[in-house]
Design a protein around this ligand. Sequence first.
Ligand SMILES: [Zn+2]
Ligand SMILES: [Zn+2]
Length: 374
Amino acid sequence: MKMNDLIHIRRAFHQIPELGFNEFKTQQLLLDTISNMEQTRLQIKTWKTAVFVRVEGRQDYTIAYRADMDGLPITEETGYSFASKHEGAMHACGHDFHMTIALGLLDHFASHEPECHLLFIFQPAEEGPGGAKPIIEADVLGAWQPDEIYALHIDPNLPVGSIATKPGLLFANTSELFIDFQGKGGHAAYPHTANDMVVACAHFVTQVQTVVARNIDPLDSAVVTLGVIAGGTKQNVIAATARLEGTIRTLSMASMEVVKSRLEAIAAGIEASFACKIAIDYGSNYCEVYNDPELAEAFAAFSKTRKGITFVEAEEAMTGEDFGYFLKQYPGVMFWLGVDSPYGLHDSRLQPSEEAIGIAIEHMVAFLSAKKPR
Ligand SMILES: [Zn+2]
Ligand SMILES: [Zn+2]
């Protein structure tokens, strides 16, 4: 595929962002694009909105490459001529880039026999409810079990031409957080007859601030962020309900358990002191992204030899990624690809540089061509 075709495909994906497990048009566009490639070495399988493509190689060793497919419920503000046509949805996390790069790689190896078998995984629902875990649990890959797995994520903070990763922990454990308060409403002038959930909620929010500060080892970081607070219906009515939404991020599974048990203890205390009911729902949980140390070192060493690539030693980040579930199952590496955007991931103005698409394809074609079984 020529660079122009790839840019065209990226822009086509960009116009049809779809949310988790609703990537129907996206799946069709993937299948249509793949059907125009050399077919002799390819085997294609779909599951829900996912697409899997196996490329027969010379050696009986399988290397998987994963690209996520979903967009976000964000209204685009890039001003692009090829902006999202799906109102209220946007590819604001670069998954349009991820798919395009994977297609570029796939196209190359469809017409150039790879050394090892390759398995391209186009995975739905990364942003939620999570697509990697169900693919593994349903054993969708069956006989196509990878020996190694790779994936990239665009990084708006890095200049084009840079690649960053590190051995071991790359991304944190994450959990969503939804907390519902149920009390008794009433007239604003008769507080003694009601049970005010705005006040209970305010106490909860304040107490939660001590969890990270007082319960987590300072050398083992955690984050508890409550991003949404909602409650009540009218200025002169005591609120019968309130709701908080947030996220938990930790570097270790043990800290995740500590945070959750502290939140539950605080909730029990507020329930007792305000005579209300509090329900905590953790929504989707993503486990940490842990790079196989040996493979990450090898990938870094290879990257450092490549002209035009600046290799950067990545730092651990508190972002979440469901690629972590694949890395629990198969050794592999996730890395950042510099795309130099003034606006970050999940920003309605994210503008990754399309120049990075060709750079990533060239880099991974070289890497996968040189790759030998361990
Ligand atoms: Zn994202
Ligand atoms: Zn993403």
